[in-house]
Design a protein around this ligand. Structure first.
Ligand SMILES: Cc1cc2nc3c(=O)[nH]c(=O)nc-3n(C[C@H](O)[C@H](O)[C@H](O)COP(=O)(O)O)c2cc1C
Length: 521
């Protein structure tokens, strides 16, 4: 045997020793796990099925990752199914997002929206650009909003720096606004030059005085940035009504702490309400104060549950005069998204936008405030059909948070409350952020907005109107439990403006003429 043979034999000997050693280690590990499992008392499955019981946890963890690729059907997952996500991904990439063969959507499911196409659709050459909406006509600096979809509030903190930079640049490219969310105004919100809506949450990050109240000087200074066009007072958010913002300690970096004016690496928990706003009168006081200090149109964001207060507020507005009305109300859906929230609030508190939007629209209509107070709608409005429904139901503007996250590349891994987002969108881990190039993703944001505009436009034209803001309730039908559909204005009839408030009513919100129990466009 030559030296090569000797070497081979020695290698094989070493490999077999390593194999026996590894095998021994595995056996030893199984014995250790067996002893741990049978002697522990807190886990019944592992105590009754030592070692094997552990696979249950391994598989349910792996299932979270693999379900979406191998097992879930296109229309099955929550909160967003694969068909919806794919639509956004394809739109954002700028690729052709037509589909072939036929719809995979079950059109008999209760709540399905069906738009009422007109026998004589709007000719392409008769289509009109969507007119802008004027917010706060009486404010020192009214704001003209052009986009039918805009970026909903997501704080710098919940989102990473590259994500905010991408949204800022993307919103500028797309010509839509970017809402800061409740984490204060960061330089990254301003970087791209997009229109910015500054949100003041319950902790008043960035504009707080030493006692947790509003520091008017800070607000004045912040509102002086030319990019900041409107202020939004956050009362509540769909995912957690009655609970303030939650940013886990590991996400409170030095920079984020600096912007918020809090301690780094300590959980950032906002109060569950503005302490000084305990009724509609104080709500209107705060809106007046913010508007007076800033000169900017000012509104508030809420999720609707109880609703009598909306009537109360409308009456109080009339008592004070229309100048004291909020310039807009953002109605968030009970199933809205969040960086972090307790499950009972996320799952079971607050009305979904499908009910809340027509309800709030109708209160404003009855009180003749429909023109004065603009309605911004949010909550899983990420495809053209969702957005078009919102315009039919009464929205003046739509905003989306998670639609834009998908545009940035979010894969719905549901890790926003950790610091481990695999796509870099909601993590401050530099390694994970490397995958998110703000310049590249900004283009995706613009593409997504363009495709929404195009898609809502073609629905509007199919319904025979020249642009999305001309969509009305009678342009859409809803599938009921019987499997048959009924006009949205049968489910939510458009109310009359009350006699004493007729002046401020909006003619196009008047009920449509009705023929044979159905409405005509
Ligand atoms: C990561 C993340 C952070 C959010 N942060 C805020 C916030 O700071 N303030 C707020 O009012 N809403 C916040 N939201 C809620 C969104 O603005 C929006 O109201 C809600 O997600 C519904 O819209 P969507 O279904 O398009 O996501 C956040 C949502 C997400 C997903």
């Amino acid at each position: 045997m030559g030296w090569l043979g000797t070497l081979t034999m020695a290698g094989l000997g070493l490999l077999s020793t390593l194999f026996v050693f590894a095998f021994g280690l595995v056996v030893l590990a199984i014995i250790v796990m067996f002893v741990i499992d049978v002697s522990q008392t807190h886990d019944a499955v592992r105590r009754n099925y030592p070692v094997i019981g552990r696979f249950r946890y391994l598989f349910s963890t792996l299932g979270e990752f693999f379900r979406q690729y191998f097992f879930a059907m296109d229309r099955e997952e929550m909160p967003f199914n694969r068909a919806e996500r794919d639509w956004v991904y394809k739109s954002a990439s700028g690729a052709d997002n037509t589909i072939a063969f036929g719809s995979t959507k079950n059109l008999n499911a209760v709540e399905t929206v069906i738009f009422v196409n007109c026998p004589f659709p709007t000719l392409d050459e008769h289509a009109l650009p969507t007119p802008p909406v004027i917010f706060g006509p009486g404010a020192d600096q009214p704001y003209e909003a052009h986009s039918i979809i805009n970026v909903s509030g997501m704080s710098f903190g919940a989102l990473s720096k590259p994500a905010v930079r991408a949204l800022s640049k993307g919103a500028k490219l797309a010509g839509c606004w970017l809402n800061t969310g409740e984490g204060g105004l960061a330089p990254w919100h301003l970087e791209g030059g997009a229109d910015v809506v500054f949100q003041m949450g319950t902790a008043k990050y960035g504009v707080r005085d030493d006692n947790g109240g509003l520091d008017e000087a800070k607000l004045r200074e912040l509102a002086a940035h030319p990019e900041v066009k409107m202020l939004e007072l956050k009362m509540s958010q769909g995912a957690k009504p009655g609970k303030g913002g939650i940013l886990p300690a590991e996400k409170v970096t030095e920079e984020i702490a600096g912007i918020r004016g809090i301690e780094a690496y300590k959980a950032s928990i906002s109060p569950n309400r503005h302490p000084e706003i305990d009724n509609v009168s104080q709500l209107l006081d705060m809106i007046d104060r913010m508007r007076d200090v800033s000169g900017l149109p000012t509104g508030f964001k809420t999720v609707v549950g109880a609703y009598g207060w909306l009537d109360e507020m409308a009456e109080e507005i009339h008592r004070r005069g229309l100048a004291h009305a909020p310039d807009f109300i953002t109605v968030d859906s009970g199933d809205g998204g969040t960086g972090a929230a307790p499950m009972p609030l996320m799952d079971n508190v607050g009305l979904p936008i499908r009910e809340a939007l027509p309800m709030v629209t109708d209160v404003l209509t009855r009180y003749g405030l429909r023109d004065r107070v603009k309605l911004v709608a949010s909550g899983k409005l990420i495809t053209p059909a969702d957005v078009a429904w919102a315009y039919c139901a009464g929205a003046d503007v739509v905003v989306s948070a998670r639609g834009f996250m998908f545009a940035l590349g979010c894969i719905q891994s549901l890790k926003c409350n950790k610091n481990t987002c695999p796509t870099g969108i909601t993590t401050h881990d530099r390694r994970l952020q490397r995958g998110l190039d703000p310049e590249d993703k900004a283009v995706r944001v613009k593409n997504f907005v363009d495709k929404i505009r195009y898609g809502v436009g073609i629905i509007a034209h199919s319904c025979g109107v020249p642009h999305p803001r001309a969509l009305k309730r009678y342009h859409c039908r809803i599938v009921l439990e019987t499997g048959r559909s009924t006009p949205l204005d049968d489910v939510y009839p458009v109310p009359e403006v009350m006699e004493r408030y007729r002046e401020g009513g909006r003619a196009d919100e008047m009920p449509a003429p009705r023929v044979h129990g159905s409405s005509v466009a």
